[in-house]
Design a protein around this ligand. Structure first.
Ligand code: MN
Length: 252
């Protein structure tokens, strides 16, 4: 038995096999015993892909990270994501790689014939083939549209909102905001740094870049304490006509 600890050591993929940048971490290969199985973990940088190729006994790909593309000759380019498995038949011409905008790592598993005949390389995948006309990745460097619901927050009561003020707020390292109450609902998202956030009487949480939060109107915010690196966030203040954001600092 042999245990290989992370971080794994990887080597650059052979340039004649790859367009762009890819790294290979060899996990298993014929030669150490009777097994004929080859397993590689291959990381493709955004835009990288194999050349057209085929495997004498076929291949199985398992996406372990990111989003990638695969195409069997004559079929549309398909998007593959973490957890997806691709079964490639013996002798089937195909290519695989990252998307133009996201990297991808997959395990590549294949059986090597007794005569050690490896996969056969064909022509590079052209940009036109890579972008394809009939798959989900748009041409050029335009990122695909991704929509995620970060927060779906009901207010305690319906409330007139006439305007929304957005402020960028920076709190110095280790500076606590102190127990405070807002006169309006405040929504926010962390840009950089991190903060310990706690509504009075509820568990505290640590917010980092990209995290969103809601400070309800009239509720005691026990903690909004910048951590070691400080914090910068956007705060969205929902205001009625003639109203301005106000902060109260009640005694604890
Ligand atoms: Mn392959």
């Amino acid at each position: 038995m042999r245990i290989s600890r992370t971080p794994a050591t990887s080597v650059a993929a052979p340039p004649e096999w790859i367009t762009g940048e890819a790294r290979v971490d060899a996990i298993a290969a014929p030669g150490e015993g009777p097994s004929r199985t080859r397993i590689d973990s291959v990381h493709f940088a955004a835009g990288a892909r194999t050349v057209w190729h085929r495997h004498p006994l076929g291949q199985v790909l398992i996406v372990t990270e990111g989003t990638g593309l695969v195409q069997h000759r004559g079929e549309p380019v398909e998007t593959i994501r973490t957890g997806d498995r691709v079964h490639i038949a013996p002798g089937e011409w195909h290519w695989h790689g990252a998307t133009p905008t996201a990297s991808m790592t997959h395990l590549a598993i294949e059986e090597i014939p007794d005569d050690d005949a490896g996969p056969e390389a064909g022509a590079p995948v052209t940009d036109v083939e890579y972008r394809g006309d009939d798959h989900t990745v748009p041409a050029g460097d335009t990122a695909p549209i991704v929509r995620s619901v970060l927060l779906d927050q009901s207010l305690a009561a319906p409330r007139a909102t006439y305007r929304v003020e957005i402020r960028r707020i920076t709190i110095a390292p280790r500076q606590p905001a102190g127990l405070h109450v807002h006169n309006c609902p405040v929504f926010g998202s962390i840009e950089t740094g991190s903060v310990i956030y706690q509504i009075d009487g509820e568990p505290e949480s640590v917010l980092g870049p990209g995290d969103v939060f809601h400070e309800p109107q009239g509720v005691r915010i026990a903690r909004f304490d910048a951590q070691e690196e400080g914090v910068t966030f956007l705060g969205y203040f929902l205001l009625d006509a003639g109203e301005a954001p106000e902060l109260e600092f009640p005694q604890a």
